[in-house]
Design a protein. Sequence first.
Length: 612
Amino acid sequence: MEKIRHDLRLSETITPFGVGAIVDVRGESLIAPDTSWWDKKYCPEISCERLLARLGPGTLRQPPTHAGHAGKDTAALLYWRFPAWRFCERCSKLSKMTGKRHGKWSNTCECGGLLVPMRYIAICEQGSHAQDVPWFQWAHRGREAALDDAVRFCQSYKELRFERLSGQGEGLASLRVKCYGCGHARSLAELVTKDALQRDGLHCAGRQPWEPKDPTKKPCNHRLVAVQRGATGNYIAERISALDIPEERPQSAEIADKVRGHDYFKRLVADNGGPQAEMIAGWIADELGVAPKTVLEIAAGGDVPDDDDVLLDLKDGEWAAFLKKLDSGRDRTGGDFVVDGWSLKTTSGPESLVSRIAGVGQVHRVREVTALRGFRRYSAEADRITADLGVNHQKFPTYPAMEMFGEGIFLRFDEDKLAQWETQPGVQARAGILLKRRAGIAWADRLDVPEPRYIALHTLSHLLIRRLAYASGYASASLQERIYANSDRKDKTAGILIFTAAGDVQGTLGGLVRLGRPEKLIPLLVSALDDADVCSNDPVCIERDKQGSSQLNLSACHGCSLVSETSCETGNRLLDRQLLLGGGGVVGFLDGVLAEVRQATGAGREDPVFRL
């Protein structure tokens, strides 16, 4: 274990270089151990009751920030050297050799050459474990080695070399590991064949590189696979974020309380669906201004949500808080959640666009807390390893977390118009393509349900992020989205939040808030739609419905819709321009906006909101 003054940003210590990730620091290949190895005095605790209420008992702690070149007692993270096997770039010696020189850790060979980490490591297919390839054992196995006793019983542990053969091209066939004690050599091309390590009798150790051996731990029976050290599949982080806002009760819960408190409610329950139930429900509905169907569902006990999804539960509370802010107008409360609400009733612009936006919020200040729950290796279907593997990790784990103060823009869309649009057969059929693909991928259930409203609003969010990168002063990667689009909840959601996501700053530039005023936002939305109307990859892009990771995008590519993966909450998946702008016989949610703008422009209108 070595204490290294790292050059990582704070946000990078959560992802992509969080617990369990391999990171190159100052020429070394290192891996970050779990939070039980952290020195807690350098890791301040972060408070976010909303997030912990969903994660369960535990602690949120922030990793040490940039250590720079300060003294010995400055904050730092601990790292394990991984892979431990390295070869000398001068003499090609392959070993686990390490030690100190003049009191400092040395990364040089006895001959003075620099030690370079081996390119390949071994990963468990299902258990998400990682380990070094046991190069000495591997080099002395194989079909030829089984027939040679000198090779099978070789003990020349210091005679291993990693060599490149001239005249063999640039592939793995030109790389080999050779023992100069017995003379046996194997090409790295044999390492990556199917079931290669299993045939050689090499098994998973059932632990992470920094974990000590535990004889009481059950062995891991899953297969080992040799993969490149820098492969993206070696580390798949699972993080969750929450906005630190006053937890507001959803409107459905408040309506349920009013219904239960009505004088006639006991009579309704006593009738138990009898002949007078609809009449009594109608009386209650008329007085409270709700639908009779809602009253009957509450009386039957149907107002309790049956979905325990953590992220959806967090979004429900956030949605209710935003609605309250929008209804309040100018926000003078202060704190870490300040939102000015705006109505578009008096805003000029394309009617087909303005009529579909129910409200806009200028988010002057918002606090987001992001926590790393754990990680997976090899594939998204593998087992999740928690971020804390200490003794008490099951009862009271420590989650790596980061807080960010930013600003943003919130848009709420008209529920009635959205619901009317998404019931169209063509719209349902288009979204059904992604629904079917999502159902066929085991790990895709961790993504949002790609119903029509989600796909359309998600695509609009990407287009707006790309346009805001030109106008706000923030880079595209510094912006982040949060999509509220679910029709299965008691409180149906239909909105998007775009906010700053620079985790290493404690302030904002004000660029997003300035653009959140309706008279500035409407022209930006029109420009964003115009940008995506014709993609540089058309007609290929608009006519294809198999794009993106795991083919979870329809008409959406890098030329028109994709943004930085750190900005997207689904990793640039579940996007389609047709469900937003229309095309191919599908009516888009904002279909007709650009036609209206162009017609007004052709008629000579001088209103700037109609300019493209």
